[in-house]
Design a protein around this ligand. Structure first.
Ligand SMILES: [Zn+2]
Length: 375
């Protein structure tokens, strides 16, 4: 979308260049000074653009247009509702909340420092200052905020105090800029000392205050280790090897040292199942099946192991070929069950063969550890 805007929509090439265009992720706000018919034509033009211009061949998008219509005031854009005032010829703004908004915020009783909880309310007050463009919208939002925070367990007196003592950032900046300038000049020499401690209700606030007073140390709170972290850290099951996708794998033989090396995008278990089925059906084009019947050996399907994981197909196939070359450096394929070498890879990969072989041995040892490996 960014390229489309830069190279087409906002250029002179576009005869319907919008007067105003701003996009945040997939939300775009635009001012259109042409007719509605022309807007439809513009949309058509964008749709066919990818056939006409090589640069946009991969752009795919669907435009859904919202207009300001009667009965539904304004256009929501991010968390702002914009309304046209046709009499005064200006755009009014107010805070917009989706219908699905639940008005639930961090509860007053939750375990956390008070300044953080108050800060949430202050954040909303700041948003109201920059979004609401009329005194009515501003006052309406203040009332709503007070109600929301009281509903989330905050003491009404505290909420009132925060709201009534609130000074908009713009004013704050003006009044304190000079003070701060003189203040920072003196402080520049001193390095700030910050102590990070777990938050314990009651005790931490006292510690913060007294450390700041006595030693000028700033205390910040961390969550500490939660019971959930302690108990559940190891509960998430690791992905079983047979469920892994995008692997280079190896299937050993129970009766000789010749392995089968393959790669697959599917879960490894699925691929092994297919090999088993092909062996049962005596499909002689299949490596393990051919090995089973030609040598009268038993292929160890249960012993299948992962040599490497790789999502990109070409890289996975390159790795497969490299593993085959590492297992079978000679010209003839005599040391593996494979009937071909897979991808043809250049000789310049030879430097990687020793490392590949080590990786292969390591994977085998991981699957079947020898007693000495544990010492
Ligand atoms: Zn064998």
């Amino acid at each position: 979308m960014g390229a489309l805007e830069r190279d087409y929509i906002l250029t002179r090439r576009n005869k319907w260049k919008p007067q105003f265009w701003v996009r945040i992720k997939d939300d775009t706000l635009s001012l259109w000074r042409h007719s509605r018919e022309e807007f439809e034509m513009f949309k058509e033009e964008l749709k066919t653009l990818k056939h006409r211009d090589e640069r946009f061949k991969n752009t795919d998008f669907i435009f859904e247009v919202e207009n300001e219509v009667d009965g539904k005031p304004g256009i929501p854009f991010c968390d702002v509702r914009l309304m046209c005032n046709y009499v005064k010829a200006c755009i009014r703004r107010e805070v917009y909340r989706k219908l699905s908004n639940t008005f639930v915020h961090l509860n007053e009783k939750s375990n956390g420092p008070q300044y953080l909880k108050d800060g949430i309310l202050r954040g909303f007050l700041h948003r109201n200052d920059i979004v609401s463009s009329t005194p009515e919208a501003h006052a309406k939002e203040l009332e709503l905020l007070a109600n929301i925070f009281i509903r989330n367990g905050y003491d009404p007196k505290r909420v009132d105090r925060i709201i009534s003592s609130w000074v908009p950032k713009a004013e704050r900046d003006n009044t304190t800029r000079e003070d701060r300038e003189t203040e920072t000049q003196g402080q520049e020499e001193e390095a700030r000392v910050v102590l990070k401690v777990p938050y314990v209700k009651g005790a931490s606030e006292k510690l913060k205050k007294s450390l700041k007073k006595a030693a000028g140390v700033d205390v910040v709170f961390s969550g500490g280790v939660s019971i959930k972290q302690k108990l559940c850290a190891k509960l998430k099951p690791a992905k079983y090897p047979m469920e892994k996708q995008g692997t280079v794998y190896m299937i050993p033989c129970k009766d000789c040292s010749r392995p089968y090396i393959g790669e697959t995008k599917q879960p490894l278990g699925e691929r092994v199942k297919q090999h088993k089925a092909k062996t049962a059906a005596a499909d002689m084009l299949n490596g393990p099946a051919y090995h089973t019947f030609h040598h009268d050996h038993k292929v160890d399907f249960e012993g299948a192991l992962i040599l490497d994981t790789e999502k990109q197909t070409w890289l996975r196939k390159t790795k497969e070929a490299l593993f085959i070359r590492a297992a079978n450096p000679g010209r003839e394929l005599t040391q593996v069950m494979n009937q071909d070498r897979g991808y043809t890879i250049s000789k310049c990969w030879d430097w990687a063969i020793p490392e590949t072989r080590r990786k292969m041995e390591w994977a085998q040892r991981k699957k079947n550890p020898r007693p000495s490996d544990h010492s």
